[in-house]
Design a protein around this ligand. Sequence first.
Ligand SMILES: Cc1cc2nc3c(=O)[nH]c(=O)nc-3n(C[C@H](O)[C@H](O)[C@H](O)COP(=O)(O)OP(=O)(O)OC[C@H]3O[C@@H](n4cnc5c(N)ncnc54)[C@H](O)[C@@H]3O)c2cc1C
Length: 290
Amino acid sequence: MQIKENVPLAGYTTLEVGGPAGYLVEAKTRDEILEIRDWAKKEGIEWKMIAGGSNLLVSDEGYPGLIIVNRTAGSGMTLDDLVDQMNSRGLVGMECLAGIPGTVGGAVYGNAGAYGQTISDHLKGVTTLTGFWPREKCEFGYRESIFKKNKEIILEAEFDLPKGDREALVAKSDQIRELRKKKYPPEMKCPGSFFMNLWFDRLPEELKKQIPAEKVKGGKIAAGYLLEQVGARGRKLAGAAVADYHGNLIYNAGGAKAAEIWELARQLQEEVQKKFGVVLVPEVQLLGQF
Ligand SMILES: Cc1cc2nc3c(=O)[nH]c(=O)nc-3n(C[C@H](O)[C@H](O)[C@H](O)COP(=O)(O)OP(=O)(O)OC[C@H]3O[C@@H](n4cnc5c(N)ncnc54)[C@H](O)[C@@H]3O)c2cc1C
């Protein structure tokens, strides 16, 4: 296991922005994670685990501490590979997560989901460095889990999936991957949706009246809908841009700085707050100073 110093983090994220990590280690086993974490503790160095980097905005100044990149076979496996494995065994419940970038650990951390499914739907429990967390202790919610509040390192996840029709599952995942390619062209440098959607029930009464009924899906309204009402689509700020077909898709249009991505997001957040009285919450995880 090699401890690298002053490593640019942009290449470790799908947004491809951000400065260096003070130290970086790619850990392949639980023992390597333990060893490097203990080293950081002993040296008094702050540390953080990242994985696929598909939900990260790293500041231009980077992160002065230690970044542990999860390359383990358990939680470091890509979510897409897990979906394929479950489909091929005819196990139902993950097929709609096809095409979500990143790892199983990252997905559990943020309770990733799409097309009506989330990773926690059939999850039995999670093994971290400190022990086993049964599902009921994981505090899963919309893009939420207890792991966003504590500093646990997710090592493994256990699922209990019902049996179904293998062919139908594979076909469903293929169909979803095709849809996703249109929304997120593979060459687009982005972190997926920038802001979280909003629970309709929790909106101010005045705003509820302005939302057309067909915009409420699964009890939520899309952040993109509000962003589009303030003219987010196609907006640009230096190297940062919003997709011209989706108001909640902020991307690096070429040579963007993290500060530009953040400033564009912040401006849009402010405009939405001014117009609708709600504060959009970033779904993207921030690393470093903003
Ligand atoms: C094109 C595109 C489309 C996307 N579509 C969706 C979508 O449809 N639905 C959705 O939910 N998300 C979506 N995302 C966001 C992203 O893919 C998910 O949030 C993903 O689960 C993040 O996993 P990751 O391995 O990349 O995590 P990273 O981005 O590396 O890390 C994200 C956070 O998870 C923490 N973390 C990662 N691994 C661990 C671990 N083992 N233990 C503890 N903490 C950990 C990190 O510290 C960090 O805070 C999309 C992203 C992109 C780029």
